[in-house]
Write a protein that binds this ligand. Structure first.
Ligand code: SAM
Ligand code: SF4
Length: 330
């Protein structure tokens, strides 16, 4: 049976203050959406409240690009958190600006946070984010500690594993879950918008990572049904957990419960497939009645299971597309 699609990932901005090598090209030649093209705070809440919520959406994630670059991000959080139907609201951030915003975000109603942290080593970290100036690692780490102090729970750390760059740190990153209630999630690199970046094997199968961790501490299954795409494990006695998101070595399209809204207002039914996407921003700005937008989104949701699988079945999943992850909204 197809899962209920009740989860919307909202890209609030397509720009970023980092340039992670798996997410953005090194040179600044991306076609960013011009500011007038980006959904306003008012348009975001209108779409959430009047289009998605009546269709049964109760779970929302704010992402980007880097959502904390948006000056009104705390207001956007407050708007969505205040809806009585919102069951779950989360943000995904690189944490560089988090130390200054963590308290306000929490006060606005945010409780869940996912932070990208690909390395505990400042030199490797700066290499991954393409930073050539003063290291950005410490400010990022301070942002993570601020989120911990403020009380975000769960606090998840996302690690994209890149062979030859950060794969020697798997155990150090996994160890973060032992003393603190942090959830480290290892993500297989997806060749989106940069297919050939790491050659034939840009990703390491999650099972290889689990073998390393198992050999060091042991590993027990801690999966919760319906918890999303991660397979969850735990080091025995650890406070936190380890998640593995294995979209390259396993197909979890049949569990997919989400759609994505880009910063410039396109609703995308599948990360790997643009079929059927709807330009909600233009329709909203043209004054199309809300019930027509709702109807169009409902029709797209009905087609989603078929769209999900089309790309995989055609044997072309993972090909480079025109848009990078930062533009789609990861
Ligand atoms: N800037 C924020 C951040 O980095 O957390 C939010 C946006 S980022 C696009 C969201 C997530 O997508 C991050 O966890 C990032 O590691 C992941 N991501 C980006 N490009 C990826 C790729 N090619 N393969 C797998 N994950 C990727
Ligand atoms: Fe920016 Fe996040 Fe992409 Fe890194 S992964 S370049 S922090 S949007």
């Amino acid at each position: 049976m197809n899962p209920v699609v009740d989860y919307l990932r909202i890209s609030t901005i397509d720009r970023c203050n980092f340039r992670c090598l798996y997410c953005m090209p090194e040179d600044d030649d991306l076609d960013y959406a011009l500011t007038p093209e980006v959904l306003t705070r008012n348009e975001i809440i209108t779409l959430v409240r009047d289009v998605f919520t009546p269709l049964g959406f109760t779970r929302f994630r704010l992402t980007g690009g880097e959502p904390l670059l948006r000056p009104d991000i705390v207001d956007i959080v407050a708007d969505i958190a205040a809806l009585p139907t919102t069951r779950d609201l989360a943000i995904t951030t690189n944490a560089f600006l988090l130390a200054q915003k963590a308290e306000d975000l929490y006060a606005a109603g945010l409780r869940r946070i996912n932070i990208s942290l690909d390395s505990l080593d400042p030199t490797t970290f700066d290499r991954i984010i393409h930073n050539r100036g003063r290291s950005r690692w410490q400010q990022t780490w301070d942002g993570i500690l601020a989120a911990h102090r403020v009380g975000f729970d769960p606090l998840k750390l996302n690690v994209v594993v890149i062979p030859g760059i950060n794969d020697s740190e798997i155990l150090d990153l996994a160890e973060l879950t032992i003393a603190r209630n942090w959830h480290v999630r290892f993500i297989e690199f997806m060749p989106i918008g940069n297919a050939n970046l790491f050659g034939d094997r840009g990703w390491i199968p999650s099972e290889e990572l689990r073998d390393q961790i198992r050999a060091q501490w042991g590993l027990q299954d801690a999966s919760v049904t319906g918890a999303g795409p991660a397979d969850v494990f735990q080091i025995p006695g650890a406070k936190g957990t380890l998640g593995f998101i294995s979209q390259m070595s396993e197909c979890f399209c049949d569990r997919c419960n989400r759609v994505r809204l880009s910063a410039d207002g396109w609703l995308r039914p599948c990360l790997l497939n643009e079929t059927g996407q709807i330009d909600l921003k233009t329709r909203l700005r043209n004054g199309d009645p809300i019930h027509e937008l709702r109807h169009a989104v409902g029709e797209l949701l009905a087609l989603k299971p078929e769209i999900n699988f089309k790309q995989r079945e055609s044997g072309t999943s993972g090909l480079a597309y025109g848009r990078t992850m930062s533009q789609i909204g990861g």
